[in-house]
Unconditional design. Structure first.
Ligand code: CMP
Length: 143
């Protein structure tokens, strides 16, 4: 168990376009995750490509960058006990057809590509992903 861990969350262009920001943030808060930083932005191709650089050899990379730059996203830092695992549980499986009932991807994702949310998958990636979008002084102490 990791006390007060932080994770990076992105509400993706599909969910922003469908006005689902509030419903998704509520799921995080209901799970005990605390929003300690939040901003809306429209990613450039360079930003999306750098953020998802780990996937650049995958066949879906071009499609992923195109989708992530297709409209605004809401990036947040979520904090809480075991925040990384808790967020992944609330998001559900990457492929919405495999996501459990009640999870964000089960309720809001359209496909494996347009899957409503991104969340960090491990402590080291959470640190890198948070630093990609936020300076330390943009993250607020809430506890
Ligand atoms: P995310 O958690 O943001 O991390 C990488 C993203 O790549 C993933 O969510 C999906 O949106 C996307 N992705 C993964 N697999 C596929 C696929 N087979 N086709 C298209 N996009 C994919």
């Amino acid at each position: 168990m990791s006390a007060n861990q932080r994770t990076l969350s992105i509400i993706k262009p599909d969910a922003v376009a469908c006005n689902e920001i509030g419903a998704i943030l509520s799921k995080f808060e209901e799970a005990g995750l605390v929003i300690v930083a939040c901003k809306m932005m429209h990613l450039t191709e360079k930003q999306a490509g750098e953020f998802y650089a780990v996937h650049k050899e995958r066949p879906f990379f071009g499609e992923l960058v195109e989708f992530m730059t297709s409209g605004p996203v809401l990036v947040q830092v979520l904090e809480g006990v075991d925040a990384i695992a808790k967020n992944r549980e609330v998001m559900g499986a990457t492929d919405p057809s495999k996501a459990e009932k009640g999870t964000i991807r089960n309720e809001f994702a359209k496909s494996v590509g347009e899957n409503a949310v991104h969340g960090s998958d491990a402590p080291d990636t959470a640190k890198t992903e948070i630093a990609f979008f936020f300076k330390e002084n943009e993250i607020c102490e809430r506890t």
